[in-house]
Design a protein around this ligand. Structure first.
Ligand SMILES: Cc1cc2nc3c(=O)[nH]c(=O)nc-3n(C[C@H](O)[C@H](O)[C@H](O)COP(=O)(O)O)c2cc1C
Length: 310
């Protein structure tokens, strides 16, 4: 994969923000060669950790506002939205949860959420006092986050909370959060390699010159080399392979190009002039190249072609 995964971490005003330096440190240690990390934080969250203790850039509302002075300046929440491949808010406090569920956007984190590209994952790790967690609003807001916005939730755990209460509400263990991020990073890289393969396959088809159907007949091993090997390896493969398709494939590129060229110059279009024919709408050119003469003749009856064939 060519590009690292950009992980955006969000910190809100829960005491669990004390874990931000540890989460970032662990991510860098365990996934450092695969990810870039940035942290965005609300003002209250800054009470719970020192920016200098975080091994990543920490961006606040103040940065967002001071970065913009004139029209050509970047808007930071949009820049960050474009940069991030995933957004993990750990901790998500009751206040930001409520705002996110209602689409409010009055600070950097909620603006990023509101401008978010919904195809990319958002993970939230709620952390709050037990009564806050048990409050009717919490379930309602989380339902919106999961069912409407499709965020992933790492639920809180039960323990003696910083406020002295014993019960559910503490942010999930940092290891659970790191493992979820690792999982998402892996998911993203397998997707990227699948996409890469299909692009390579298309390129191969162009190099090889086979039609889709012909290429599908190649033995698997050959297709693998065609997808992953160098041009030289592919040529060598084509010269050795005994598969009937190979002979065709071996000679195909030039032959096909010539045939195509012939078809193009001998296009049965009435305009008869290559440059004009090149201007025909793509669909017509395809039919002229691939269909029987009868169909082509029928095509020429069409108003569109008549208009074009000056
Ligand atoms: C010491 C302290 C600890 C807090 N811990 C939590 C918490 O764990 N969860 C929570 O939802 N709110 C907690 N709060 C309240 C939030 O900080 C408060 O609602 C704040 O407005 C949240 O703002 P933000 O969502 O913009 O970060 C705490 C407040 C204080 C003073």
């Amino acid at each position: 994969m060519s590009k690292k995964t950009n992980v955006l971490i969000g910190a809100t005003g829960s005491v669990a923000s004390v874990k931000i330096p540890l989460i970032v440190k662990t991510l860098k240690k365990e996934l450092g060669d695969q990810i870039e990390v940035r942290v965005v934080t609300t003002k209250p969250a800054l009470h719970f950790f020192k920016v200098d203790d975080v091994q990543a850039q920490v961006i606040t509302d103040e940065h967002e506002w001071s970065a913009w002075t004139k029209l050509s300046d970047p808007v930071m929440h949009i820049e960050l939205r474009n940069w991030a491949d995933m957004f993990v808010i750990c901790p998500l406090d009751a206040n930001t949860l409520a705002k996110a569920a209602q689409g409010l956007c009055d600070n950097l984190i909620t603006c990023i959420l509101r401008a978010w590209d919904e195809r990319r994952p958002v993970v939230v790790c709620p952390a709050m006092n037990t009564n806050m967690w048990n409050h009717t609003f919490t379930a309602l807001h989380l339902k919106t986050l999961t069912e409407v916005l499709h965020y992933r939730v790492i639920p809180p755990i039960s323990k003696l909370l910083a406020c002295g209460d014993l019960g559910i509400g503490a942010m999930a263990d940092y290891r659970t959060i790191v493992d979820e991020i690792r999982h998402l990073v892996q998911e993203r890289s397998s997707e990227a390699s699948r996409e890469g393969n299909s692009v390579q396959m298309e390129n191969t088809l162009k190099t090889c010159g086979c039609s889709n159907a012909e290429w599908d007949l190649h033995p698997n091993a050959m297709r693998n080399i065609e997808n992953t090997g160098t041009d030289e390896q592919v040529r060598e493969l084509h010269s050795k392979c005994q598969h009937p398709c190979t002979t065709q494939c071996h000679t195909a590129p030039k032959q096909q190009q010539q045939q195509q060229q012939q078809k193009r110059t001998q296009s049965p279009c009435r305009c008869g002039i290559t440059e004009e024919w090149d201007l025909h709408p793509q669909a017509i050119r395809r039919i002229e190249n691939e269909a029987s003469s009868e169909d082509v003749a029928k095509l020429h009856q069409l108003e569109e072609c008549k208009q074009h064939s000056l």
